[in-house]
Design a protein around this ligand. Structure first.
Ligand code: 4G1
Length: 216
């Protein structure tokens, strides 16, 4: 699957996505990530990308022209009719059902905002879906984009290795809003705290009962 990302800070995404499981997924061509730096289309000597908001108020707004050029470059590189997703606090809350839907696509285009956000006309002209990862204030849309890419990528064949059952189990858990039980690994005693006896017993029925009772 292809992720086409329009951003002012490609290096922020790149450094994270080259790490761990998603780094391996890129090497193995399970996912491909493409970056479109809005700054490349900035205006004048200082490559300006932000401007004052009409109507006044605090902060700056991403100018429509550099952003449009970056989005159009992404749309040219991506397959025809690729969905454009804008990460914004004003969007629909990110859910596993949408993650599953995107995981079936050949590609998606993600727009990361900065400052107070982007010119509304960019949303009107180019954006198919507005998505939020939660109700809080961030400095930009890059971390939300990483959250979305991580959640989508782990559903793709081969990304988590061959353990398909683990993938499905985790997914159904999320959908049913079934919460996790406490996990333990070695050593048996850590800083005076012991692993619950039943987990060492090998009694699978008893272990299942304990886990059910200790679901958070
Ligand atoms: C004004 C939080 C701005 C923030 C009013 C959760 C929304 C992206 C998220 C915004 C962001 C309203 C997110 C807004 C986010 C640049 C700074 C990015 C703010 C910025 C109602 C965009 N989940 N925020 N502006 O969201 O990107 O996804």
């Amino acid at each position: 699957m292809e992720f086409h990302i329009v951003t002012l800070f490609p290096e922020m995404l790149e450094s994270t996505l080259k790490t761990s499981i998603l780094g391996r997924a890129q090497k193995e061509k399970k996912i491909r990530v493409y970056y479109y730096n809005i700054r490349d289309f900035g205006k004048g000597k200082y490559k300006q990308v932000d401007d004052l908001p009409y109507g006044g108020g605090a902060g700056m707004v991403l100018m429509p022209d550099p952003l449009t050029q970056a989005i159009e470059k992404a749309k040219k590189s991506a397959p025809a009719r690729t969905s454009v997703i804008y990460l914004t606090a004003a969007g629909k809350r990110l859910k596993q059902t949408a993650i599953e839907r995107w995981s079936k696509k050949k590609a998606i285009i993600l727009i990361c905002g900065h400052y107070e956000g982007i010119d509304q006309r960019i949303i009107d002209l180019f954006v198919d879906e507005e998505v939020s990862i939660g109700d809080f204030v961030l400095t930009g849309g890059e971390l939300p984009a990483l959250v979305l890419i991580d959640a989508v990528s782990r559903l793709l064949p081969g990304v988590l290795g061959s353990d398909l059952s683990h993938q499905e189990e985790s997914f159904s858990k999320v959908l049913k809003r079934k919460k996790e039980y406490p996990h333990y690994t070695r050593p048996e005693v850590f800083r005076g705290l012991s692993v619950p006896e039943v987990l060492l017993s090998g009694h699978h029925a008893e272990i299942a009962k304990w886990r059910k009772e200790h679901c958070r």
